[in-house]
Design a protein. Structure first.
Length: 176
């Protein structure tokens, strides 16, 4: 079994979406131990968008169905589309998704879609995916991942009521 960490590292000065809060980490000594103060936006680094990102009464990140985040995922490089019987697809080196592609994913019964870019697509694509219950994962690092099927584990922090959350995402390859 091989495990691939496909999350981007969090560090001061890292890329954040224009207008989002900058990442900061302040380490402090308290007696004999150290603690850190962390400040970041919910869309910092590799993150998971919930319907609450676009809809006032949308499902928040802490209420997402975890079975759609721990599932089989197919990594594909466009213009290819998913061909395997997976509930998640991760697009590598992809341009923003079109609304037409988002509709094809819904018809294919995809529950989670991810990309290695800061945004899966424009506002219309986000709204379409999220209103149809398709979870979005953005800012993956798929640079060392071959196209194929993996077991994906993508867990957001349990931030009650949040629109999104940073996440640690791994792909498990069962080939020996």
């Amino acid at each position: 079994m091989k495990v691939h960490d496909v999350s981007v590292g969090l560090h001061p000065g890292m890329y954040v979406y224009p207008g989002d809060p900058e990442f900061s980490l302040i380490r402090m000594k308290t007696g004999d131990a150290f603690i850190s103060s962390l400040s970041l936006g919910t869309h910092t680094g590799t993150h998971i968008d919930a319907p609450a990102h676009y809809f006032e009464n949308g499902i928040p990140v802490d209420k997402l169905a975890l079975e759609n985040l721990i599932t089989s995922a197919e990594v594909v490089t466009p213009p290819l589309m998913p061909t395997r019987n997976c509930t998640a697809v991760l697009f590598k080196n992809a341009a923003p998704l079109s609304l037409e592609t988002a509709k094809q994913l819904l018809l294919a019964d995809i529950k989670t879609v991810g990309c290695d870019t800061p945004s899966i697509g424009d506002d219309d694509v986000h709204r379409f995916l999220l209103e149809n219950g398709i979870i979005i994962i953005e800012m993956l690092d798929l640079s060392n991942i071959l196209d194929g099927v993996y077991r994906m584990i993508a867990l957001p922090l349990k931030i009650e009521g949040a629109d999104a959350s940073p996440a640690r995402v791994v792909l498990v390859e069962d080939r020996v």
